[in-house]
Design a protein around this ligand. Structure first.
Ligand code: CA
Ligand code: CA
Ligand code: CA
Ligand code: CA
Length: 410
């Protein structure tokens, strides 16, 4: 009976709300200013500051707000979604506030989670997303303004990597902040945009993600991933941009600070891994051509002087895979592979590379047959086209960059 009474009361309240919310919204506050009204797992907005007046639960993106248009003054986010509030319908106008997931009251810059200044009582749409980027743009992947040039025929196999869907054009893989893995197709649409293809979720469980062509001999590009327990997994590529069920390579890889899929370093035509251990020793793991590795070979010590490694393929055009490393002075060095699993004398590369941004090597993204490098500068990804003689030329802006903490492009 209590339930019926409660339901009737709720229905009556709903009818009253629907009939007179517009009136209520302009009347004096009556409901209690109690943030705990907002259920765990919900994002709630309130008519008045400090959680006062009527409350609305926002459980999906709202391109218009109906009777709630221009009436919201405070909020609390107990959901796992990001939210961005806009002053105009259709997610346009000013949108200066990013509302973090689990942003409980009393602990942010605004004190009481009020929409101050130009947003107070002026919100007309709210978009939710599982990442800040998705709440901003309405989709979870980064737009890649791809170059869309076919890879020239006759390119040495050592340089041929980056193409996940076998169309001859290098693609990017992006792990978004929420752990979703996206294929950013190198082939753009009519508007020069790339629509992300979702490979799957849960990739934040991985502490390393690398790829560099085909490792198991089926002609399609594969991915290696290390999980938190130190197990290395091979995810064979489908050749259509996706990944097949994973195969366990082995455990113990947490002794490695960094792993790079480096192409063929040993000269046998099979692709290998490089791994730097926590003591700074660099090791070559020769690929078997079936996804696993033979006995590792020591490259040398002292590599902890480098704060980033990248495996670009053959940068200097001698047919052997090379290594790029950035030192603590923002200098990038090319270590030319000698085809025996180690490297010749290093060569300094141009430009000062930011010390805290990734050095990206995902193959030939410009389509001239030469592997390229990429880096981010202030929220933008730039391509440094490889010269094919060991250097790179001036940067070309390529796409907006999601600089959330767990974003990874490889
Ligand atoms: Ca492709
Ligand atoms: Ca493969
Ligand atoms: Ca080379
Ligand atoms: Ca290129």
């Amino acid at each position: 009976m209590k339930r019926t009474t409660g339901l009737r009361r709720a229905l009556a309240a709903a009818v009253t709300t629907a009939a007179s919310l517009a009136t209520l919204l302009t009347a004096a506050p009556t409901a209690s200013a109690d943030a705990s009204r907002c259920p765990q797992g919900s994002f709630c907005v309130f008519q008045y500051a400090q959680f006062g007046g009527q409350m609305k639960i926002i459980s999906s993106s709202q391109s218009t707000l109906g009777v709630w248009d221009n009436t919201i003054s405070s909020y609390i986010n107990r959901s796992d979604k990001w939210a961005v509030a806009h002053t105009d319908a259709g997610y346009s106008g000013n949108s200066s506030i990013h509302i973090d997931p689990r942003q409980e009251y009393g602990n942010d810059d605004l004190g009481w989670h009020g929409y101050e200044g130009e947003l107070d009582n002026k919100i007309s749409s709210i978009r939710l997303g599982s990442t800040s980027w998705e709440a901003d743009y309405g989709y979870g992947w980064m737009d890649w303004t791809s170059m869309d040039h076919p890879r020239p025929a006759g390119l040495p196999a050592v340089s041929r990597f980056g193409d996940m869907n076998n169309d001859g054009i290098a693609d990017l893989l992006e792990r978004a902040d929420d752990g979703k893995l996206w294929l950013l197709n190198g082939r753009h649409d009519a508007e020069w945009r790339t629509k992300g293809l979702l490979i799957g979720g849960g990739w934040n469980a991985m502490t390393q993600l690398v790829r560099h062509g085909d490792h198991n001999g089926d002609g399609t590009e594969d991915v290696y991933a290390r999980d938190r327990s130190g197990v290395l997994w091979l995810y064979p590529g489908t050749g259509r941009g996706g990944l097949k069920p994973r195969l366990k390579v082995g455990g113990g890889w947490n002794s490695m600070r960094e792993i790079e899929a480096a192409g063929d370093l040993t000269g046998d035509g099979r692709r290998d891994l490089l791994a730097r251990d926590t003591a700074g020793v660099l090791w070559t793991y020769p690929g078997t051509g079936r996804g696993g590795f033979g006995a590792r070979k020591k490259v040398g010590g002292g590599w902890n002087a480098m704060n980033a490694l990248a495996a670009p393929g053959d940068m200097n055009g001698d047919g052997r895979s090379d290594l790029v490393a950035r030192d603590g002075s923002r200098t990038l060095w090319l270590y030319p592979g000698n085809g025996r699993g180690t490297f010749g004398s290093r060569v300094r590369m141009p430009y000062a590379w930011p010390s805290n941004e990734p050095v990206l090597a995902t193959g030939d993204v410009t389509g001239d047959g030469r592997p390229d490098l990429m880096r981010t500068i202030q929220g933008q990804l730039y391509v440094y086209p490889g010269t094919g003689r060991g250097g790179v030329s001036g940067p070309e802006a390529n796409m907006g960059w999601d600089n959330a903490p767990r974003v990874l492009v490889f």
